[in-house]
Every structure is written in structure tokens, then in C-alpha cells.
Design a binder for this molecule. Structure first.
Ligand code: 2U9
Length: 344
């Protein structure tokens, strides 16, 4: 039995050293030291030994168990350490490697243009107000001197939710609401950006939904020259100090007199080219002195109060500024188009 125990120890130690797998190591432990293990098997024969031999074999058996247990623990430690090393190398992060590019988004070009224009007018003392896109027929049309069945309504056809509710065709109702809200007629100096709707078929220059920024200044003694001053400052700040503006007579139901504002063409500096269709001028916005009907409907006495108003389309301004030839690109969310302006 002594030889058996020594052979068993030698054999166990060999197997322990050869194994490279923690699981296999576990099965070796069971195979040798387990309840049904070979060491236990040998020891079952202890009964046949003489009483002299029993303590000797008993001690040898314990030292064999010790030796095998120690060998298994050391091997296990070694294997766990090796596994950790491997894990550390596999998962080692080479901090010198460049990080994964984080694609930072950016404001949509339209948002940038609207905020740029807002900042210009805030700088001239205008407050920014917003209002509902679903409007009543009264505030979208009647309050703007467009009574029911007025032909000019056809130029601003829109989407109706009911006979009285519609998607606003301009942001003017916000100005009308603001004036109406003032019990005692107070001066109003505001701009109103926002989405507006027209029942138009989308093409390169028309979209059923687009953006507008309108402005209104109502107080005592507001004159056309005030409007011209504000518009000249706006144009020079947005398009460049070297740009000239010109006002051309026009018509809007809610302003009288009405004008279109042009700026001198940057490409040909006023000589005339394809961009300005040979005119040397590029139309930017419409404006005018607030129509007395609009003032009185809002509770302002047109003999005491006067005002000017203007309206522009940020898409058009962005298309001019960046040479964009199709208004639909603002809404089709093509990242190749949008990301061009992230750092613009
Ligand atoms: C009130 C009184 C008057 C707003 C104005 C324009 C001229 C104008 C166009 C710009 C681009 C429409 O989207 S567009 O084609 N708008 O030219 N808008 S005056 O006049 C007002 C507004 C509110 C109470």
C-alpha cells in the first residue's frame, strides 16, 4: 500500500502539473481526493493492515493528501494568475490610441440663421415672442385686414382643421394677439419666428411648411424712416457693412404703404449677374407701416399710434447666404447636406 500511495502521489502530481485548465484541475482533485477518489479507495484497504503498519500508512496517506492538495492549490493559483494576465493583456487599452470619434451634432442651419437674426433684433431692443401654429381664422386673417372671402386669402391658402381653425400662414397672428392682449394700448416692439404653412406643392422654392420671422414696432410717432433705419442696420449686420438696401413699393393687406427690401448683390456688387438676374439687387423681405385697420382692430387708435412691420423667410436668406438651390433640402434631413453647416 505504501508503493500504491507513492505511485498515486507521483501520478497525481504529474497530472496536476500537466493540466492547463482550472476545470480539469477540479476533476483531478475529485478523482484523487474525492469521496470516490483513488486515495480514498486505497485507504479503504487500511482495514487489512497490521496495527503497526496502520499509523505509518495513515501518516503517509495524510502527507500524500497534503502534497496533492497543496499541488492543486498552487496550480490553481498559477492558472488563475495566468488567466488574469491574459485577460489584462486582452483587455489592455492602449491609451495612446485615438478615441472613437464622437460625432457631435450641431444646430440645424435654419436654427442658426433664425438665432442669428433674433440676436440682431434683440440688439435693437426687440423682444422675441412665439405663438400657436394652429390658429383661428380671426387672428390669422381678419385681424390682419383679410376679411372673410378677401381675394388675398387665396395667396395664403392653408390646411383647415375646422371652419375656424387652421394652420397659420404667417406669424402675424402672434403680433395681433400681443396687441389685443394689451388692455391699454402700450408700445409693442417684438419679433416672432416660427413655422408657417401654405397649401403649396413642394418644389425647389416652395414648401408646404416653412419658417418666417416677422417683426412689429407700434408706438406713438413711428415713421417710415424708422423702418428704413432698422432694416438698413439689419441688412448690414447680416450680409455685410458694404451692402446697400433699397425699398421698392409693394402691397400687403396688413401694411400701408408697403415695400419690398432688396440688398445690393454681393456677386456683382450691383452691376447685374445671374444671381441677381441682372438687376444688381436681391429681394430679402417685405415690410410696411401697419395698416390703420389692423391697429384699430387691435384696439390702437391709428390717429395716436403708428407702427411698422416686416416679414422674411429664413430659408430664403440661408439659400442666398450659402448658395443653396432647393428649399426641400432644409427638411429632408440628409446628413450629408446638414453637416456642411455644423461649423458654418
Ligand atoms: C401685424 C401687422 C403687420 C408682417 C409683414 C411682410 C410684410 C412680408 C413675407 C416675408 C416672406 C411673407 O414668408 S414670406 O413670403 N411677409 O413680406 N410681413 S409686413 O406685417 C404685419 C404683421 C403683423 C399686426
Amino acid at each position: 500500500m505504501k508503493e500504491q500511495l507513492e505511485l498515486l502521489e507521483k501520478e497525481a502530481i504529474e497530472k496536476i502539473e500537466q493540466t492547463a485548465d482550472i476545470k480539469e484541475l477540479q476533476s483531478i482533485k475529485v478523482a484523487y481526493l474525492g469521496k470516490k477518489g483513488s486515495l480514498t479507495g486505497v485507504l479503504r484497504g487500511m482495514g487489512k493492515l497490521s496495527k503497526e503498519e496502520r499509523p505509518v500508512i495513515g501518516e503517509l496517506a495524510n502527507s500524500v493528501r497534503e502534497a496533492i492538495t497543496t499541488a492543486i492549490e498552487q496550480k490553481n493559483e498559477g492558472l488563475e494568475h495566468a488567466a488574469l494576465e491574459e485577460k489584462l493583456t486582452d483587455e489592455a487599452i492602449d491609451v495612446t490610441l485615438p478615441g472613437r470619434p464622437v460625432h457631435a451634432g450641431g444646430p440645424h442651419l435654419l436654427t442658426k440663421i433664425v438665432e442669428e437674426i433674433e440676436d440682431l433684433f434683440i440688439g435693437m431692443g426687440f423682444e422675441v415672442r412665439e405663438g400657436p401654429e394652429v390658429e383661428t381664422d380671426y387672428f390669422n386673417f381678419e385681424a390682419l385686414n383679410l376679411p372673410k372671402d378677401h381675394p388675398a386669402r387665396d395667396m395664403q391658402d392653408t390646411f383647415y382643421l375646422t371652419n375656424e381653425l387652421l394652420l397659420r400662414t404667417h406669424t402675424s397672428p402672434v403680433q395681433a394677439r400681443t396687441m389685443q392682449a394689451y388692455e391699454d394700448s402700450k408700445s409693442v416692439k417684438m419679433i416672432c419666428p416660427g413655422k408657417v404653412y401654405r397649401r403649396d406643392t413642394d418644389d425647389a422654392t416652395h414648401s408646404h411648411q416653412f419658417t418666417q420671422i416677422e417683426g412689429l414696432y407700434v408706438d406713438k410717432h413711428v415713421k417710415m424712416s424708422d423702418l428704413k433705419g432698422i432694416l438698413d442696420t439689419f441688412a448690414k449686420k447680416l450680409f455685410g457693412e458694404d451692402r446697400e438696401i433699397r425699398l421698392r413699393p409693394s402691397f400687403f393687406p396688413f401694411t400701408e404703404p408697403s415695400v419690398e427690401m432688396d440688398i445690393s448683390c454681393k456677386v456683382c456688387n450691383g452691376e447685374g449677374c445671374s444671381v441677381c438676374k441682372g438687376t444688381g439687387w436681391i429681394e430679402i423681405l417685405g415690410a410696411g407701416m401697419v395698416h390703420p385697420n389692423v391697429l384699430s382692430m387691435a384696439g390702437y387708435d391709428p390717429k395716436v399710434y403708428s407702427g411698422f412691420a416686416f416679414g422674411m423667410g429664413p430659408e430664403r436668406i440661408a439659400m442666398l447666404k450659402y448658395g443653396i438651390n432647393d428649399i426641400r433640402q432644409f427638411y429632408t434631413n440628409d446628413i450629408r447636406f446638414l453637416k456642411q453647416f455644423h461649423n458654418a
